[in-house]
Ligand binder design. Structure first.
Ligand code: ZN
Length: 180
């Protein structure tokens, strides 16, 4: 396994529309090895999620692990849709935008249609923080960074965020330190 380098904001790889993964490629040892590397790289950076374009591979793959005691979840070719009208603001961070936090509006309840790493259909609903992480990661597959969606005036460097608190505080804000 290998720890992969993480691309930072400004690198064009982060702005591409990532390619769909074919079933044949998903089945290959090389691709399965890449999935392990993606996960290892996420752990190495203390992230809760990482998308393939963040490690210079423009394909529709993300790994998410919200609970370190649970198995990581690999989403291949994911499609995310809101299933209610509810939206909520919270601060996010991103491994590709180090040392920054910004407040982003996300769907509260989503449905995810994807393949798992074995190529089986993976369909589930995610809510609240899990839904937020899924939306953040899947945005990476479309070349979107959270700062594109962040509330004007909400961005703060992590050090100042910790010292002074969020510049804009609102109803429903969670205090998350995780990076995605
Ligand atoms: Zn990110």
């Amino acid at each position: 396994m290998a720890i992969l380098q993480v691309a930072r904001m400004g690198n064009p790889i982060l702005r591409q529309i990532a390619a769909v993964v074919s079933p044949d490629e998903l089945d290959s040892d090389a691709f399965q090895g890449f999935l392990n590397d993606l996960y290892e790289s996420m752990l190495d950076q203390d992230g809760v999620g990482l998308a393939a374009p963040q490690v210079y591979r423009s394909q529709r793959v993300v790994v998410i692990q919200l609970d370190p005691d649970e198995e990581p979840m690999f989403l291949i070719n994911p499609v995310v849709r809101p299933i209610t009208e509810a939206q909520t603001w919270a601060y996010e961070g991103c491994l590709s935008v180090p040392e920054l936090r910004g407040r982003v509006l996300r769907w509260v309840d989503v449905r995810v249609d994807a393949l798992d790493r074995d190529g089986n259909a993976l369909v589930f609903e995610a809510h609240d923080w899990a839904a937020r992480v899924v939306q953040h990661e899947c945005d990476h597959l479309d070349g979107v960074l959270y700062v594109d969606r962040a509330q004007v005036g909400s961005l703060a460097f992590l050090k100042e965020y910790r010292r002074f608190g969020p510049p804009i505080r609102g109803e429903g804000d969670e205090d998350e330190e995780d990076e995605e």
